[in-house]
Write a protein that binds this ligand. Sequence first.
Ligand code: SF4
Ligand code: SF4
Length: 478
Amino acid sequence: MTDILIFITALSLVIHVLICLTFFISCIREKERRAAGFSGLQLAVALGLFGVLYFLKSSGFFDSKNGLVALGVGVIFIALTPLLLVMKTSRNNKALAGAKGLVVGSVERFDERETVFSRNRALRPGSQQYQRFYAQHPEYEEYDTARRKLGGPVGKPGLIDKPHEKPNLAASVASVNFSLHLSVPEIVTPQGFSGFKDESVSLSPAEATERVKGFGRHLGAGLIGITELDPSWIYSHRGEIFHENWQDWGREIDLNHKYVIIFTTEMSFEMIAAAPHTPTSIESRVQYAKGAAIATQLAAFIANLGYAATANHFRHYDLLLVPLAVDAGLGEMGRFGYLITKKFGPRVRLAAVTTDLPLIADKPVDIGVEDFCRDCKKCAICCPSNSITMADQREVNGSLRWKLDEETCFEYWGKVGTGCNICMRVCPWSHAGTLPHQLIKILVSRNRMARRLFTTMDDIFYGKKPKPKEPPAWARFN
Ligand code: SF4
Ligand code: SF4
């Protein structure tokens, strides 16, 4: 009996040492000095316990009655505690219902003309659109006028890194322009390659789904899901104008495609770790461009099969992508309004294709985000403009959510001259995709105690207000 208990304890300690060692190495590779210090300490304690076990065994302590009791308690503590963290303890039915699970009233389709970007780009003082829009929405005029004087949503680009910002700005603008080339109407909604016959290719929904997802992954999509297109998440009117396409401004969006294929591209951990400095702007735009390239090719593929398709990306949106990504099972919406995925956390950009090609829809997922965010609040604590609420979810346009103050968030963008992304950087789900972090994500997506434990551990290992880190040398800003 004693030998069996000693064996179980020793085996548990070996596993613990291996986990600590892997975590220690991963912290060094991620250049997380503070976390490396704490995980080194954790490793030393685990090795020390191993030494204590060896010493007590050699001294014959476990042959006594007290020794056996101590060993029994040790086994319960060391071997059973991890089991308590692995058990599935909760099920969030709201999350499993997708974006609909949060609907508590009537949802009005959102008008794209009201987004900060559309207001800034499309409403040129003196233009017809300007008069029409502010006659209907006088509440925005003072804020928008001040914003325009600052140079738009990001103000003076790269300001925070002045005078070293130029190379990084050059890189980020290169990617913005790439997406723009893919946004002319005939590319966004392709007609199909003329070399194909007119009739559509007949595919079962299962085969079409396999081919579409497979091609999307082959093109570089990280996660890819499908959902039936809920009209609540289609913009009501066109607001973003590119290519001087003014006749489009204010046009009602009439989209009757049945499905949306939605996918992520992963944002580099190293680049986001430098937020709010300019590397984060490069990375946002690089991934928007990648999403635009994938969506464009995927839409063309479906058009060549003989079905209607429209690409949705950085320079052409018909849709609000986050609720649709939730419906397609890519993740849940976090306190700061971004999608949080299990594999990459919020370090993703989204793009999509709508289509009438018959497909098989995915199901929404419960990965514990709502419960985690309720306790965590790290993004709200670290947000320099207090734009993320510390309060509970509340009803916003018929849906229960944490309301981000977009106006104050953009004010901070204007101060630093980048897309900020501090909230994305500090989120515990954003850590690099190393083995220990993936294991932690499995635990927190299953278990309430694990969520509480790892919220606290994240503060201890990474700090309550983690600082930005150096980016790769080619993207340095000082
Ligand atoms: S930082 Fe915390 S509260 Fe904010 S989105 Fe991430 S998990 Fe949720
Ligand atoms: S992007 Fe920056 S300012 Fe905006 S909510 Fe996130 S942390 Fe706050």
